[in-house]
Design a protein around this ligand. Sequence first.
Ligand SMILES: [Mn+2]
Length: 345
Amino acid sequence: MKIDYIKGSREDFLKFVDSIADGERVGVFIDIDVDGLSSGVFLEQILLAEKKNVVMVEFLDRGNDMVKEVSVKIEDAGITKAFFCDMGIDSIDFEGFKSLREEIGVFLIDHHPMNEEVKDWDNIIKTTSDDCSAMVCFFLGEDIIDFDEWKWLCCSAIFSDYSYKAKKNMDYIQSVYPDVTIDNISSTVPGLNGRKINSAIIYYDDNKKYVYDLVKHRDLDKIEEIHNILEDEIERLIENFSNNAEHYDERGLHFHEIDSKFKVLSTVTSLVSKMKPEHSFVFMQRRQGVMKFSARNQGNTEDVAALMKKCVAGLEDASGGGHKAAAAAKIKERDLDIFKKRLLE
Ligand SMILES: [Mn+2]
């Protein structure tokens, strides 16, 4: 498999792994989604095979201080080598990333746009947006992890991050599941597995590590039960979009607030945005004074990462960005009017 590296290489990664001494304590920090979770599983497999001492695998909430915040935990746990997967920490928390690198060994594997400030730094792998982190970690583990045992999870992550839109990645899925096509993928094995794991991550929001362990032990029955509960909720929310959303057709934009006790914002936005790939969808969910947004444009007619950045610029405790086709943002409730005014401009 050819991985489209923008920065870094497999050699860099293997050299870093090799540099971890016996007894050194290793932490793995991952994004809260199927791609992040799968990256963690593959990385842990590689590190175990190389007899490294992984003492912590943890999901990280996105935020301007995300690295700074986890640095305290890293120090408490005596971790001296840390991997970050599927998170653009070079952009989201540049200062935190920079200072952690001064303290311990840090390796970043990511497919979000690179902050130009880090382009000459070592121990960073950046790939194109299409090559999701789990796929990168999986192939970093070539000849190290058991591909036959884990290719199902790699395919699920490729599905979940839309990485199958790149032909070479779809070819890989088809080499494992010959019957999968662009049109049927969400109802085939890799699509269903991806959706089930996604449901479990949402349902066990307070205990995501439990889901990580279920996947690691390939216990998909439990995950399936939870999926059915979430599916009903998501169906209800999609119906609600059809009846209650704000449509700005001349601007090719659809805005909608979803109301759910589950963190299903990103999932619902993804599903609905497939209805009109050439339009942009910005969905919102409010939680304890914080407004979260998920934005999609599946047809590449608008860069929604740039759109989210524009909408949050200068707002207090706000963040926004992601991929051109899929992005997210977060603001304080009181700034909603400013956000919406910019969105509609
Ligand atoms: Mn990803």
